[in-house]
Ligand binder design. Structure first.
Ligand code: SF4
Length: 357
């Protein structure tokens, strides 16, 4: 820990609530840390939401098991691989499989991981919830590189109140993922009903203590068909400040600028890049399934390639890869993706290095 700048709880609280000039100074420090430790590249992930079934009942999520009104789906292996081929054609190097906690889908997951890794050459990123340690070990052996398991809430009592199970298994799963040999991503939610400033300071300290390979913060969005349906959006500024603190203190992790930022505030993902983020996730889930993947709300903001290009360029950063647009998709693309940009495949224009970062 000696190489990590130490912040007191009072420092964290001051930075977390910073506004105006103090907030801009925090963001400048975060961008300087990113520039120094990660460079000015933004990585893209190609997201496939492979199942909307879930065993859990988090109060903020419409995919919670008790929601009988959700029309759920599981993707077959060939469907996942077909979408992955589209991601590869766009020269996106990270295949990101996400789902509710749905162990009944594990057979399909174990069929596709080796193909994604060994035949298609992807960095394989999973976000599939808690499993016993041997499952994480098997997935690592099959070729999975990284795993996101957000702690969401670090205070044990508040976790139990909102997620309805003890926090222990989730923290054990984070350790199991690391021990299995995958890179570990985690993160929190800002603005949950009943959350206090103390809870958020706890989250920031806990995120720092884990020293993860990637970490994210997302503002709470009230979701239909959940107990929090009528509550207010979480605060974008405190979410951005959380990201900036983690960037400034931890330096190296990948930090995504997440779609709920854009959903709540137009330009929110650009602001995320200006607060030190360096990852964007492009949603390749076909539209008919995407609408049934109710993780944030039915009308969530769906990140397209075009939106990512514009956002990264505006922030004066460069896209890693770079990704490629094609005039003709292999199959009809999800709405908003892969619009023709002229004859032949072209690399998209890159922002000049050394801009706002
Ligand atoms: S947040 Fe994740 S684990 Fe919780 S109910 Fe939604 S999909 Fe399931």
């Amino acid at each position: 820990m000696s190489d990590i700048p130490q912040l007191s709880r009072a420092d964290i609280e001051r930075l977390l609530t910073a506004t105006g000039t103090a907030q801009q100074e925090l963001f400048e420090r975060a961008r300087a840390a990113r520039h120094e430790q990660c460079g000015d590249e933004v990585k893209l992930r190609g997201l496939i939401e492979i199942s909307s079934f879930c065993q859990k009942k988090c109060d903020y999520c419409a995919m919670r098991a008790p929601n009988r009104d959700l029309d759920r789906y599981r993707m077959a292996a060939d469907q996942i691989l077909e979408i992955a081929a589209e991601i590869k054609r766009h020269n996106i190097k990270i295949a990101f499989l996400q789902a509710g906690q749905d162990p009944r889908h594990d057979e399909v997951i174990e069929e596709v991981i080796p193909v994604l890794k060994r035949e298609m050459g992807f960095h394989v990123l999973l976000c599939l919830g808690e499993r016993p340690k041997p499952v994480y070990q098997r997935w690592t052996e099959l070729g999975a590189d990284s795993y996101i398991l957000k702690f969401e809430i670090s205070d044990p009592d508040f976790y139990k109140q909102v997620i309805h199970v003890p926090i222990g298994p989730r923290l054990k799963a984070l350790k199991d993922i690391h021990d299995a040999g995958m890179k570990v991503g985690t993160g929190n939610i800002v603005g949950l009903p009943g959350q206090t400033l103390k809870h958020l300071v706890d989250d920031i300290e806990y995120g720092i203590s884990l020293r993860p390979d990637f970490i994210s913060s997302a503002p709470f969005i009230p979701n239909e068909d959940t107990p929090f349906e009528t509550d207010d959006n979480g605060p974008v500024d405190m979410t951005l400040n959380t990201m900036a603190i983690w960037r400034m203190v931890l330096g190296t992790p990948l930090i995504p600028t997440v779609s709920p930022l854009e959903k709540i505030r137009r330009g929110g993902q650009y602001e995320g890049l200006m607060a030190g983020a360096n990852v964007m996730t492009i949603n390749f889930t076909p539209a008919d399934m995407r609408e049934r993947y109710a993780i944030y709300s039915r009308e969530r903001f769906v990140v397209s390639l075009e939106h990512a290009f514009k956002t990264v360029e505006k922030a004066g950063l460069k896209l890693a890869g770079p990704p490629v647009m094609h005039p003709e998709p292999l199959r009809p693309l999800p709405e908003g993706l892969g619009e023709p940009v002229g004859a032949g495949a072209v690399a998209l224009p890159m922002a000049s290095p050394g801009g706002a970062a």
